[in-house]
Design a protein. Structure first.
Length: 155
């Protein structure tokens, strides 16, 4: 009788860990990562233009120009890159401005005041940073579910 070969190991029930390349691809494909990256560039545009223009145009006009440029960039790049809209529509722009304006000019100050009530009046910067975190989450949700919802395709 020939010697028996050892039984092969049964296939592992747990999948192998993703490779570094797969993890990077998943990260690159992440809508949230793209959103945060666009936000960082948007902030750079806003702050950079404000810094360049405030001496020439004054603080108010420089802020209007820099904020408008940042919001325009954010609308275009978030729409086409982050949320993968096929094209940008007027309705998207209206929903973008309405949701962003509501979050920035209504919700953010309310969050700042709420945090100051909890943390104390000396925590202004901490309250502002906390409000920014809330704004990021709310804007992401508004953009994903209101401005550029995933459109269902017909079968």
């Amino acid at each position: 009788m020939p010697p028996r070969e050892p039984a092969s190991e049964p296939p592992s029930a747990t999948p192998s860990a993703p490779s570094r390349r797969e993890r990077l691809r998943t990260l690159h494909e992440s809508t949230l990562v793209r959103f945060v990256a666009v936000g960082a560039v948007n902030t750079g545009i806003d702050v950079g233009l404000f810094w360049l223009l405030h001496d020439t145009l004054g603080i108010v006009l420089a802020n209007v120009v820099s904020t408008a440029a940042g919001m325009t960039f954010s609308f275009v790049v978030n729409g086409l890159l982050t949320f993968r809209a096929e094209r940008l529509r007027l309705g998207d722009a209206v929903r973008f401005v309405a949701s962003t304006g509501t979050v920035l000019f209504l919700v953010q100050p309310l969050v700042i005041y709420a945090l100051l009530a909890v943390l104390g009046d000396d925590a202004v910067l901490l309250a502002k940073l906390g409000a920014i975190c809330v704004v990021i989450v709310l804007n992401f949700c508004a953009y994903r579910f209101v401005v550029w919802p995933r459109r269902r395709t017909r079968a």
